[in-house]
Design a protein around this ligand. Structure first.
Ligand code: 13P
Length: 252
């Protein structure tokens, strides 16, 4: 299976900076790239990135993604964005259950599962994030936490589960410069793969990405692990040379 390298711009960027970043990616990208590539951008910039993708043929190999979606289809939900709206702006992916949303916006396992369902219903692939905090890791609960988080999504999405992407993002590794070692990450990915295997005979289709301080220097060793099928990249996705290096490291 082709690996997937997805950038999560988080709440960064601006019209000018986005155009410059995409320009640099267009210039540096080997076409077609050996892996799938996506950028998950703040909602107000979806239209800008959609237009730039249409204007530059090299950018058409970079898929568009959003960072969150409502679990509702429409209605009186001020501030929310529906999956159908994301679809209209060309989104192929949407991140759901990022730890920053779980932590700062109180998102529960059930809500994350419902968001994944809303995305799938509109034909958008949810990138479902799971991951333990430092306290949970240190108290030996990593496996239990990630399995609980993924179980909710499996329970709500039934046989559609083979259509999701999973991202293992240990909370303690996000934006901290501390990366899970390739062995630590592989061990959790193996557990998640086993859980998917028990849920669907299509488990081999499900990509499991690693996220958390993945960068130009550590990407190759992480991506060489048998159960690491790509990366969800925060900080390093905002620097074109670094993001391009990670993309280049993701050939099979
Ligand atoms: P960093 O790569 O900045 O650690 O962020 C990872 C992340 O949260 C991607 O979703």
């Amino acid at each position: 299976m082709k690996k997937l390298i997805a950038g999560n711009w988080k709440m960064n960027g601006g019209l000018e900076a986005n155009a410059a970043l995409l320009d640099a990616l267009a210039q540096g990208l080997v076409n077609p790239p050996a892996c799938e590539v996506a950028v998950c951008v703040p909602a107000p910039y979806l239209a800008q990135v959609q237009l730039l993708r249409a204007a530059k043929p090299t950018l058409s190999s970079i898929e568009l993604g959003a960072q969150d979606v409502s679990d509702h289809a429409n209605g009186a939900y001020t501030g929310e964005v529906s999956a159908a709206m994301l679809k209209e702006f060309g989104c192929r992916f949407v991140i759901v259950g990022h730890s920053e949303r779980r932590q700062y916006h109180g998102e529960t396992d059930t809500l994350v599962a419902d968001k994944a369902k809303a995305a799938l219903a509109s034909g958008i692939t949810p990138i479902v994030c799971v991951g333990e905090t430092l306290a949970e890791r240190e108290s030996g609960h990593t496996e239990e936490v990630v399995k609980r988080q993924l179980a909710a999504v499996i329970h709500t999405n039934g046989h559609c589960i083979s259509e999701i992407v999973v991202a293992y993002e240990p909370v303690w590794a996000i934006g901290t410069g501390k990366t899970a070692s390739p062995e630590e990450a592989q061990a959790v990915h193996h557990v998640l793969r086993g859980q998917l295997k028990a849920a669907t005979d299509q488990f081999a289709r499900v990509k499991i990405l690693y996220g958390g301080s993945m960068n130009a220097s550590n990407a190759a060793t992480l991506l060489a692990q048998p159960d690491i099928d790509g990366g969800l990249i925060g900080g390093a996705s905002l620097k074109a040379p670094d993001f391009l290096t990670i993309i280049a490291a993701a050939r099979n």
